[in-house]
Design a protein around this ligand. Sequence first.
Ligand SMILES: CCCCCCCCCCCCCCCCCCCCCCCCCCCCCC(=O)SCCNC(=O)CCNC(=O)[C@H](O)C(C)(C)COP(=O)(O)OP(=O)(O)OC[C@H]1O[C@@H](n2cnc3c(N)ncnc32)[C@H](O)[C@@H]1OP(=O)(O)O
Ligand SMILES: Cc1cc2nc3c(=O)[nH]c(=O)nc-3n(C[C@H](O)[C@H](O)[C@H](O)COP(=O)(O)OP(=O)(O)OC[C@H]3O[C@@H](n4cnc5c(N)ncnc54)[C@H](O)[C@@H]3O)c2cc1C
Length: 663
Amino acid sequence: MERVDHLAHERNKSEFDVDAMKIVWAGSPHAFELSDRISKLVASDPGFRKDNRTMLSRKDLFKNTLRKAAYAWKTIVDLHLSEEEAAKLRFYVDEPAYTDLHWGMFVPAIKGQGTDEQQQKWLPLAYKMQIIGCYAQTELGHGSNVQGLETTATFDPQTDEFIIHSPTLTSSKWWPGGLGKVATHAIAYARLIVGGRDYGVNGFIVQLRSLEDHSPLPGITVGDIGMKFGNGAYNTMDNGVLQFDHVRIPRDQMLMRVSQVTREGKYKQSDVPRQLVYGTMVYVRQTIVADASCALSRAVCIATRYSAVRRQFGSQNGGPETQVIDYKTQQSRLFPLLASAYAFRFIGEWLKWLYTDVTQRLQANDFSTLPEAHACTAGLKSLTTTATADGIEECRKLCGGHGYLCSSGLPELFAVYVPACTYEGDNTVLLLQVARFLMKTVSQLGVKKPVGTIGYMTRVDHLMQCRCGVQRAEDWLNPSALLEAFEARAARMSVACAQNLSNFDNPEEGFAELSADLVEAAVAHCQLIIVSKFIEKLQQEIPGKGVKQQLEVLCNIYTLFLLHKHQGDFLSTGCITPKHASLANDQLRSLYSQVRPNAIALVDAFNYTDHFLGSILGCYDGNVYPKLYEAAWEDPLNDSVVPDGYHQYIRPLLKQQIRTARL
Ligand SMILES: CCCCCCCCCCCCCCCCCCCCCCCCCCCCCC(=O)SCCNC(=O)CCNC(=O)[C@H](O)C(C)(C)COP(=O)(O)OP(=O)(O)OC[C@H]1O[C@@H](n2cnc3c(N)ncnc32)[C@H](O)[C@@H]1OP(=O)(O)O
Ligand SMILES: Cc1cc2nc3c(=O)[nH]c(=O)nc-3n(C[C@H](O)[C@H](O)[C@H](O)COP(=O)(O)OP(=O)(O)OC[C@H]3O[C@@H](n4cnc5c(N)ncnc54)[C@H](O)[C@@H]3O)c2cc1C
């Protein structure tokens, strides 16, 4: 049967080269080819079916994930996929699993914190998945406060071993993904105790389960922590609980790149900073930022296509009703999210570059950029995940009632995504880290030159008193005007916080008292980073008819939307006047009209298959209503016309009503 494209008229309206935009989105022609090939491979393989996930019981769901993970691994091995291809396969399979923690945290922790010998011993086993690892840091009593962890690793010089122990209930490891039912090994974080002295938290490789029959080893109590938010969603993951009862491991299973314990029981600190113990978190925060654009673009793709299909009100002379995408209110909620998806894509690319750069410097014993890398990964992780989680929920609302159906794909996408605001660092806690970095920078002005993303502080005198030069709405399209407004707002908010802090005798007390303002200053700084990197991206050559123009429109929408949303900050710091704010809003409205004809093509550029989107509302051909109707009949509740339980619970009620009526 010929497929009718219900969105063809929308696609015909577009004013730019969609194929060229697909390459910009993917990052390069090579990345596009690879992504396109692997997404089709996954979509065409029934072994990766996912449409029944929200209806399965937890046990069936979990077993199905184990099957898929094994099948994915077999596919990777049989097809000799490269690491890059395997990572894409994981992405398009689109199901959280223990493998994420094995590849995403266990392996990087050994690479980042293990010595050369430790890497040589453990990595080949992990690469072949002959051992399966997890990252066991968080405990029942402490997650954010890593220094507050209670698990102990006490060196026993008699046997040359560490004794890993959970001294309290609150020291039970709690949350690690893959731990509950699968992992054979963990990187367990514990307080290092040598000769009765506490040297703080360090990572240890601990075997948890037998490699023969998977039973927990002596002294290990381990299980799953239970059902989590939403159907399907993150319940494919076995987040676990773990207690150690004096478990002995050889001394060489302490990760010893940052500090060492000798055979004689001497503690030695390398000349690398202690913060490298937190290095795996920096790596994962960077991958989470890169992933935010994927989750947001997926929700935006669904909401945009559906908004073009859906019609309500406005029929004239019996003609078609208005497409809801044509309502200005729909545009003002949807298009900033579309622009954010692109902004997050580019900030993800940039952060990857920054991470690679800092890693290379660390290898050459240059630790100077580590604080900035920590602040950027922490702050951008916080900003992009908060905006993405909120954005997915907004997309659900933009789809009206049908968005609430699991078949829209949006409830599961939200449920699977929203813990990103908490894991790998609670978003508020991470912004407070950025605030510390900002306060330190301000306090050292004149002593130490701010560089990189904080470089604008070198112009703090100018930024504290500059006046916005915008006179007409179009003036807001000038990147210099935008950048200066964002720099001035960020600088003024940081300086105001620093001045308020100086009124406290005890800086820590002051920091706690002013923490809500400090978080706002951190948000202003991080938004400036995203805006400035988007603007920088547009200074590069970008091939393809109309592609650069579309990206300029999106960049301006992203920036002016932030200015509009946070106009309180801009006005109260005197960076702009109410007149400037009003002109910015006029410009924003006009930009929405420019995006409108290109909206469908801009989401087509994500190149998502219907399998990956997993949404009837977002399907490529826009044939929404017949698909919704058919899907309803496939629900197991419709297997029988009369439901189970009728005779037990409905019929007696109805009969009782009849008797009452007779009385
Ligand atoms: C069914 C599907 C099958 C598919 C199968 C396919 C299989 C095959 C695949 C093959 C693929 C192969 C390819 C491989 C690629 C794989 C990629 C996979 C995807 C990976 C994604 C991972 C998955 C994500 C899932 C999410 C899991 C979540 C895990 C966790 O949550 S782990 C726990 C995280 N915990 C936290 O984040 C805790 C937060 N707290 C802290 O970080 C800190 O405690 C703190 C808040 C920072 C405070 O710490 P302190 O008390 O020490 O702080 P203080 O403030 O005193 O700071 C001291 C100084 O140190 C500085 N500092 C602090 N932190 C850092 C740091 N991290 N780095 C540098 N510096 C730091 C701080 O600034 C202070 O400095 P000073 O001021 O100068 O003194
Ligand atoms: C789905 C999921 C998967 C996870 N996977 C893993 C894993 O694989 N391995 C692992 O080790 N961990 C894992 N975690 C744990 C995760 O890293 C922690 O939950 C996270 O770091 C937050 O810590 P917490 O739970 O202690 O929150 P808390 O710190 O208890 O946060 C509670 C509230 O207190 C506030 N708060 C805390 N401290 C401060 C402060 N100093 N100032 C102001 N406000 C503060 C927070 O903002 C928050 O509102 C996972 C968690 C989830 C939800």
